[in-house]
Design a protein around this ligand. Structure first.
Ligand code: UDP
Ligand code: MG
Length: 314
């Protein structure tokens, strides 16, 4: 099997020498064991780095054809860089594994991913067994994120980042999702096919700094929710309905107050109007939102289905 590794790199000059060395060792071992063919490649995607990352990738390629490089015209973010790499190599390989440049994802899990592929699985998710090595902050925010995603009805694999193997067929299917707002963790489960998980221990970044500061993490989470789910729109309609119910409560309450006789003239009318109108307005926005949500999903032009097998005697 011809295996390609796709690694997005943004300002990773500090980690590249070590990463390339260790990956080369891993590949040599896998080739020696006959698990992957000698024409397998390690592909670095330079995501518009401002440091020497691209120069280093060029050097690596020159010294060893096992390494390949793809350079993006400017910084487009992790998800786009990943997609660029996967889409560029998809027709050349039997399967591709995506991983980060910092080796936080244990590269020994590659062996198991390859084994699973040979067993017939087309998507193999790398799942962190624990987050002991992550900072308390990263751990809580990340786990909160998975919970929110689930509450929003987005199917994601718990504790799985973008460390995964995809077969060529799965990659071809992925290419049919031509949305611009890319949230791969949500899209890959939609691609389907026979999938499984392998667990690994997530390590620390061995050099350099995280390229995902809080600001980017929040943007990423928002992207994930708004690109995968129209539930927030539905919440407006629900809220409108609730406010409308409250207005009925207020109506009853103000009638009672009126009969007890302790109200100012016109108060009941005003109180009920405010609640009822507010409720109706929110409900109306919710209904409009429901249609906008539909338009939104239509504009994504996602495939309606992906055929995995066709029994045909011709
Ligand atoms: N990355 C990228 N473009 C960006 C930001 C990050 O290609 O704009 C790459 C980065 O080089 C790394 C991967 O995405 O290979 C994950 O980044 P990082 O390790 O900093 O994220 P963390 O592990 O802290 O979530
Ligand atoms: Mg990292």
């Amino acid at each position: 099997m011809k295996l390609y590794l796709v690694i997005p790199c943004y300002n990773e000059e500090e980690v590249l020498p070590e990463t390339s060395k260790r990956l080369k060792e891993k590949y040599t071992a896998l080739i020696g064991a006959g698990k992957i063919t000698p024409d397998s490649k390690i592909v670095f995607v330079n995501d518009g780095s401002k440091d020497k990352t691209w120069e280093m990738i060029c050097e690596l390629h020159k010294a060893d054809p096992m390494f390949r490089g793809i350079c993006l015209s400017r910084n487009k973010g992790h998800q786009n860089a990943l997609m660029a790499g996967l889409m560029t190599v998809r027709s050349e390989c039997d399967a591709a594994i995506s991983m980060d440049a910092d080796l936080q994802d244990d590269i020994d899990a590659i062996d198991e991913m390859v084994d699973r592929f040979h067993e017939g699985f087309e998507v193999v998710y790398g799942v962190r067994s624990s987050r002991k090595k992550d900072t308390f902050f990263k751990r809580t925010t990340a786990q909160g994120f998975y919970k929110v995603m689930r509450a929003m009805g987005v199917e994601t694999v718990y504790n799985h980042a973008d460390y995964r193997l995809m077969s060529r067929r799965a990659l071809e299917a992925l290419s049919e999702f031509d949305e611009v707002n890319l949230f791969l963790r949500g899209i890959v489960p939609l691609v389907g096919f026979k999938s499984t998980q392998v667990t690994y221990e997530r390590g620390e970044r061995f050099a350099g700094e995280s390229k995902y500061p809080l600001k980017k993490m929040l943007a990423f989470a928002t992207e994930g929710i708004t690109s995968m789910s129209v539930k927030p729109i539905r919440m407006i309609a629900t809220l409108g309905f609730l406010v409308f119910l409250v207005s009925i409560g207020v109506l009853i309450y103000s009638i009672i107050r009126k009969f007890i006789g302790e109200t100012v003239e016109g108060w009941a009318f005003l109180a009920v109007s405010i609640w009822a109108l507010g409720g109706i307005q929110l409900l109306a926005i919710g209904v409009i939102g429901e249609y906008i949500g539909k338009i939104y999903l239509e504009t994504k032009h996602r495939p309606k289905f992906i055929v995995s097998e066709y029994l045909n005697d011709d």
